[in-house]
Design a protein around this ligand. Structure first.
Ligand code: T46
Length: 137
C-alpha cells in the first residue's frame, strides 16, 4: 500500500496575506538539500515517469493545480495538489508522474539530496525489478 502522506503546513497569514514557513525538523521530515520548481507546463503534458533509489521529496503546488500519480507494482494513487498549505511526501522507490497542470501551475519541490542522475530509475521494467529485489531482501 502506498501511504498518502500529506503535510498540512501552518499558515501565518493575516489581513496582509498568507505566509508559510518551513523548518526542519519542526515542519519537514528531512533537511532540504535542493529546491527546484516546475512551471509553464503546456496542456496535456505528463512529466516524471521515474523513481528514485534514495531521494525523498515534498511536492507543493504554489499556484494553480496539478495531479500526481504515485505508483508501485502493488498499488497506485492519484493526489490532487491545489493548495500551497499542503505538501505531498514522495518517498524513494515510488514511481511518479505529474499531469493535468493547470495553466498557471507552479510545482515547488523540496529534495533531500543534491541532483544525481544515478539515483534515477527511468525505465519502468528496471524499476519493477529493483522494487521486488529491495522488498524481498
Ligand atoms: C522528480 C519530479 C517530481 C537538473 O539539472 N537538476 C535538478 O535538480 C533537476 C530536478 C533536474 N535537472 C535537469 C535534468 C533534466 O535534464 O532538468 C531536466 C529535466 O528533469 P526531469 O526530466 O527529470 O524533470 P521531471 O519533471 O520529469 O522530474 C522532476 C525531477 O527530476 C524528479 O526528481 O521527482 O520532478
Amino acid at each position: 500500500m502506498i501511504e498518502e502522506k500529506i503535510y498540512e503546513f501552518k499558515n501565518h497569514g493575516d489581513y496582509r496575506g498568507e505566509l508559510v514557513a518551513l523548518e526542519y525538523p519542526k515542519d519537514l521530515p528531512f533537511p532540504v538539500k535542493r529546491i527546484y520548481y516546475i512551471y509553464n507546463v503546456p496542456e496535456n503534458i505528463t512529466r516524471g515517469f521515474h523513481s528514485h533509489n534514495e531521494l525523498q521529496q515534498i511536492l507543493i503546488c504554489l499556484g494553480g493545480s496539478v495531479k500526481i500519480k504515485l505508483k508501485t507494482p502493488e498499488d497506485e494513487k492519484i493526489v490532487l495538489l491545489d493548495n500551497p498549505n499542503k505538501g505531498l511526501f514522495v518517498d524513494k522507490m515510488i514511481w511518479r508522474e505529474m499531469f493535468e497542470f493547470s495553466e498557471n501551475a507552479t510545482l515547488l519541490v523540496l529534495a533531500s539530496m543534491e541532483y544525481d542522475e544515478n539515483d534515477y530509475i527511468r525505465n519502468y521494467d528496471d524499476y519493477e525489478k529493483s522494487y521486488w529485489e529491495k522488498k524481498n531482501k
